[in-house]
Design a protein around this ligand. Structure first.
Ligand code: UD1
Ligand code: MG
Length: 434
């Protein structure tokens, strides 16, 4: 593929009212990233001239994308006076002769799936697919095997509504076609919008070459509603999980597992059912057991769960994390924390055993404080570590202890308990004898 021969314009200025949300449609997320992110990422594989058309919530859209990409252009649509997909392309200034126009609500697009648009030569290449239920899409009217026009659902007659060939919403135009017809677009339709799709009929009239390209819904699905968003998520998840299984990750009941696109696996990893792994997590040679959630965390040669929660910035190395253990901003290296604990803002060194019900009390209602635990420390069950606190190497903490003083020196035992009392035969006095 010639990397420099095509300009890409991504339409992202629409409101997306069918999403029923205050958030701009293109910023709704699929597998942890805004829809628009996925489209730009794939577009960058094909072109060095990418323009995103913005208007509705333009600041939020630009800010979100600039966090990921530095070399794309943004232009603003005059959506007030020229609403619609035709209005969106009125001020574009593409660098190359061929212009690929993508809708910003197609998060499943891939560079590979767009190849046909680069290879075919025509004035207009447009994408079509056949659907059992075409509702929501513009219908493509074909006569004598030639595309005549596209009609939007809201403008369609009864007969046109029955057409099951729809406009997928992606087109490659020659720049001269855009220059020729954009100024003539009108908005005399049900939505009073300028439709980019009207160019087809106009160009057809003047015998331009229009090539319909049959595409698949798996790559070209448009997301207009929350239901579409959920369906697109399923497809994206299948892709992400298939990719990792091909790379050697073992997954049990993969359809119950959610993995965001930025997660990385290395070595031999196993993920049991119902797990959620998000953000910049990097999992190496580890085993994530059923029902666990791992967020923005690192695991190396470790296991967690069932039902563990590694919250952001946990770094778990050569460590066993058992059921109902929560970690956050915690570095555990060579540690065992088998049951029911909260370890936050902490660093724990090798050989240390954390007993059931241990809690780092890291927050006093105003500030967060750190807990540092050294090597070969034995922490008994139901211990509270009131941070800031440092436990040096080779310390023993008795079950039920509240550690409050700053530093516990090596070699010591800490124990804070009220003395046990035994009241003889109290049970029988209270409840009576059997
Ligand atoms: C559009 C097509 C329809 C096609 C469908 C495929 C038109 C008129 N209709 O309909 O034929 O079947 O896509 O998914 O083109 N946008 C702007 N500015 C605007 C309006 C929209 O940039 O003023 C952007 C939106 O952000 C979105 C894209 O254009 O990313 C498509 O807009 P949308 O409202 O979703 O169009 P559809 O009704 O889906
Ligand atoms: Mg759409």
């Amino acid at each position: 593929m010639n990397n420099n021969s095509i300009s890409i314009v991504i339409l992202a200025a629409g409101k997306g009212s069918r999403m029923k949300s205050n958030k701009a449609k293109v910023l709704h997320e699929i597998s942890g990233k805004p829809m628009l992110y996925h489209i730009i990422k794939e577009s960058k594989k094909l072109s060095d001239d990418i323009t995103v058309v913005v208007a509705h919530q333009k600041e939020a859209v630009i800010k979100s994308m600039q966090a990921y990409f530095h070399d794309i252009n943004f232009i603003e649509q005059d959506a007030q006076n020229y609403p619609g997909t035709g209005g969106a392309v009125m001020d574009i200034a593409p660098k190359y002769e061929k212009v690929l126009v993508l809708n910003g609500d197609m998060p499943l697009i891939t560079a590979e799936a767009l190849k046909g648009f680069l290879e075919i030569h025509a004035d207009i290449i447009m994408s079509i697919f056949d659907l059992e239920d075409p509702s929501g899409y513009g219908r493509v009217v074909i006569r004598n095997q030639e595309v005549e026009y596209i009609v939007e659902q809201k403008d369609a007659s009864e007969a046109e509504l029955n057409v099951t060939t729809v406009n997928a919403g992606i087109y490659a135009f020659s720049r001269s076609i855009l220059d020729r017809y954009i100024p003539d677009l009108e908005n005399d339709n049900a939505q009073q919008e300028y439709y980019l799709t009207d160019i087809i009929a106009m160009a057809k009239e003047e015998e331009a070459s229009i090539v319909p390209l049959l595409v698949d819904e798996e790559h070209f699905k448009g997301v207009n509603s929350k239901k579409d968003l959920a369906q697109a998520e399923v497809i994206m998840q299948q892709r992400i999980k298939n990719r990792w299984m091909e790379a050697g990750v073992t997954m049990q009941l993969p359809e119950t597992i959610y993995i965001e696109e930025s997660v990385v696996f290395e070595g031999e990893c196993k993920i049991e059912n119902n797990c959620r792994i998000t953000g910049e997590s990097r999992i190496t040679d580890s085993h994530i057991k059923a029902g666990s959630v791992v967020e923005d965390s690192i695991m190396q040669n470790s296991d967690c769960g069932p039902m563990a929660h590694l919250r952001p910035a946990s770094e778990i190395i050569d460590t066993h994390i058992g059921n109902f253990v929560e970690t956050k901003k915690a570095k555990l290296n060579g540690v065992k924390a088998g049951h029911l604990s909260y370890i936050g803002d902490a660093e724990v060194d090798t050989g240390t055993n954390i007993g059931a019900g241990t809690i780092t009390c890291n927050y006093d209602g105003k500030n967060k404080f750190k807990t540092t635990i050294g090597k070969d420390v034995f922490i008994g069950s139901d211990t509270q570590l009131v941070a800031p606190v440092t436990i040096e190497d080779n310390v023993m903490i008795a079950a039920g202890t509240t550690v409050t003083s700053g530093t516990i020196k090596s070699g010591n035992l800490v124990l804070s308990r009220t003395k046990m009392r035994l009241v003889k035969d109290f049970y029988y006095k209270f409840f009576g004898k059997k």
